[in-house]
Design a binder for this molecule. Structure first.
Ligand code: PGA
Length: 256
């Protein structure tokens, strides 16, 4: 059975101090509960080191929201996988739609970043998702398959099976408009089928697929119950202790 993974994407919010309070609240809520799901928080770069310290010996892992794919060099303003490793980060979000939309990140860059993440033993969470126009034009599935094909170019099966793919319809991010569980499942299922086609059914069976886009405490259970949805990438609600802990508990109850 695939392990559910709940990741909080804090985006460009908060301070080191406010992030520390959040993490302390999550870790003390989780205490020594025996969790069957994976929990990840992805604070801004400046708060990563503190987050790693605060989560040591807890069930919470730390991820970055982005990285460059080079190890070092003249790339002003970027952060390399080696720097993330040095801080003790273990996950990295790659190709979030906000990176693609505001910073021109392409599928080719996403592909390089996935390769670099695996090379450095960072767990990539790779985001894909369609715009409202694409959904209305019935292009959702073909667009997402195209994104995946380009993102996974030359990535071997033994790495792809370890991937976390986050299906995040752009029209549902931060809008309060969640895809219905049915809509989300349909796309996640098609992602799994496409991985089976590109690789093997066994690889497709192992890859974990999250849904993201306005996941909240009150819709998490329904979404996470879908057979092809193995977790959630949570933005806004991951900054609210009561919301995020309820989402975690929904995943945990479904994992039992
Ligand atoms: P949201 O963001 O939960 O605030 O919609 C999700 C994301 O962008 O990962």
């Amino acid at each position: 059975m695939r392990k559910q993974v709940i990741a909080g994407n804090w985006k460009m919010n908060g301070t080191i101090a406010s992030g520390s309070i959040l993490i302390e609240a999550f870790t003390s809520f989780l205490g020594d509960k025996d969790l069957d799901c994976e929990i990840v928080v992805c604070p801004p770069f400046t708060a990563l080191e503190r987050a790693v310290c605060l989560t040591k010996n807890t069930q919470v892992s730390v991820g970055a929201q982005n990285m460059d794919y080079h190890d070092a060099g003249a790339f002003t303003g970027e952060v390399s996988p080696l720097m993330l490793m040095e801080v003790g980060v273990s996950y990295v979000i790659i190709g979030h739609s906000e990176r693609r939309e505001y910073y021109g990140e392409t599928d080719a860059m996403v592909n390089e970043k996935i390769k670099s993440a695996f090379f450095h033993n960072l767990q990539p969470i790779v985001c894909v998702g369609e715009s409202l126009e694409q959904r209305e034009a019935n292009e959702t599935i073909s667009f997402i398959h195209g994104q995946l094909k380009r993102a996974l170019q030359d990535i071997p099966a033994d790495q792809v099976e370890k991937l976390i793919i986050a299906y995040e319809p752009i029209w549902a991010i931060g809008t309060g408009k969640t895809a219905t569980a049915d809509q989300a499942e349909k796309v996640c299922k098609s992602i799994r089928e496409y991985i089976a086609e590109l690789y093997t059914p066994n690889v497709a069976d192992l890859v974990r697929i999250q849904y993201g886009g306005s996941v909240k405490a009150n819709n998490a259970r329904e979404i996470l119950s879908e057979p092809n949805i193995d977790g959630a990438l949570v933005g806004g609600a991951s900054l609210i202790v009561d919301e995020f802990t309820k989402i975690i508990m929904a995943a945990q109850e479904l994992s039992n």
